[in-house]
Structure formats: structure tokens, C-alpha cells
Ligand binder design. Sequence first.
Ligand SMILES: CC(C)(COP(=O)(O)OP(=O)(O)OC[C@H]1O[C@@H](n2cnc3c(N)ncnc32)[C@H](O)[C@@H]1OP(=O)(O)O)[C@@H](O)C(=O)NCCC(=O)NCCS
Length: 224
Amino acid sequence: MEKMPYQPGLAENPGSGPQGQAQGAPSDLAQSDWRTALPVLIGRGLTLRELRITDAVSLCALLTTPEVARFISPPPTTVEGFEGFITWTHRQRRAGQYVCFAVVPDECDAAVGLFQIRELEPGFVTAEWGFAIGSQYWGSGLFEEGAELVIDFAFSHIGAQRLEARAAVKNGRGNGALAKLGAAREAILRRSFFKDGEYLDQNLWTILVEDWRRAKAVWGPRIH
Ligand SMILES: CC(C)(COP(=O)(O)OP(=O)(O)OC[C@H]1O[C@@H](n2cnc3c(N)ncnc32)[C@H](O)[C@@H]1OP(=O)(O)O)[C@@H](O)C(=O)NCCC(=O)NCCS
């Protein structure tokens, strides 16, 4: 999502979320309550898991670069800021309003990116998702593999029926990534995102649960 719901001031009153230990396992997925702890999702070349406080260092290094931050809400600028963000993600997940998965490539132990899902209406029936990955991993397949896991999770375990994503029209990679997944470009949200002193138009990309399931049944992971 271009507009991340996190704001630094919201990070106060840190909760008692898991800080340093991923919880859950693929076999537990059907039974697990994601509000208590996110499951670990394993794909080709990567794992998606709960963010850990220790991920703040790698996320601060990778997600604050100009090329990554160009079309998203300003990320925290310090390791401490990312620690506050991570604590906030745990609190929001416990409140049942938001999910944030860390992207961890097989060769790493720390997060190199994020997938976020937030509730747009009660029960997550309509939800917004967003993502950012360190630029050295762009084009590596991490995004596609992680996106498929996250979309399946949103539709099968959170109860989403419609996933929305907003991408600045100028964000070539962001739009290319969503188009590649088979998302439908539903609308242009004119001047809907304020970034670096100007209002940008955004594309509204959507995926409906029935389209996703039909496409997966026919083609495999992607709608096309
Ligand atoms: C968005 C993001 C996670 C996608 O990950 P990625 O690894 O770059 O994505 P992929 O390489 O799998 O897919 C991007 C596609 O866009 C294409 N693309 C690149 N520049 C493009 C442009 N200017 N116009 C159209 N398509 C473009 C790529 O060729 C690629 O398609 P291909 O695999 O068929 O060649 C990553 O680029 C990122 O973190 N960007 C910064 C954060 C961000 O903008 N997030 C918000 C997105 S809404």
C-alpha cells in the first residue's frame, strides 16, 4: 500500500507481541488464529513470518533507500523507528486489524521486505495489501512467490473477499508487479497520494477471491 497505516506516534505502549521468535508452522495453518500469532508460510526460496524486533536493522538498511521509498509513505528513518513499527505491527495484529509478514530469503535470517494487509471494513471482507522489498532482491522472484502466499492467506485464513492495492501511476515496478499477478486495474484515484510535495495519481488494483481461485485452478498461481 502506498499509504502505510503506521505512524510513529502510534508506536507507544508497546504490547507483549512475539519479539524474536516466529510462531506457528505450515501444518498448524488451518487451526491457527492469526490474531494470536502469524503462521510461518514457506515458499520457493523464501519464508514469510512474523516480524521480529531484530529485523529492524535490515529493514532500516533496505527499505529507506531512495529507490524503495520513492512511491511509498515515508518509512521510519532509524533502527529505533523500525523497532517501534515492528511493535506496532504486533499490536495491530492482536487487535485483528492488520497483518504484516516479513520476507526472509532462504539464504538469510533477517527480513528483506514486508507484505502488509489491513482491514478496510470490519471482518476484512475488503482489505488493502501492500509490499516493499529491498532493491537487491527486485526481479528475483521473491515478490511473486511471497505475493502468492500472502494472497492465499488473505483469502483462506483472514476472510478477505476483495484485495485492493494502490500504486502510484508513476511506479513502474509496482504496477508491473500487480499486473503480472493478474490484478485488475479498476480505477485511477486522481491526486490521491501526497508524496514529496505533490499529489500523485494512483492506480487501484483489485483481486477478487473467486477470480484468484478460478485462475489458480486453471493456470496455477497467476490469473493470466
Ligand atoms: C513492488 C515490488 C515489491 C515488486 O517486486 P519486484 O521484484 O520488483 O517485482 P517483479 O520484478 O517480480 O515484477 C515487476 C514487473 O514490473 C516490470 N516493470 C519494471 N519497470 C516497469 C515499468 N516502468 N513499467 C511497467 N512494468 C515495469 C518488470 O519488468 C517486472 O515484470 P516481468 O517480471 O514480467 O519482467 C518492488 O519493486 C518494491 O519493493 N518496490 C518499492 C516499494 C513499492 O513501490 N511498493 C509499492 C508497490 S504498489
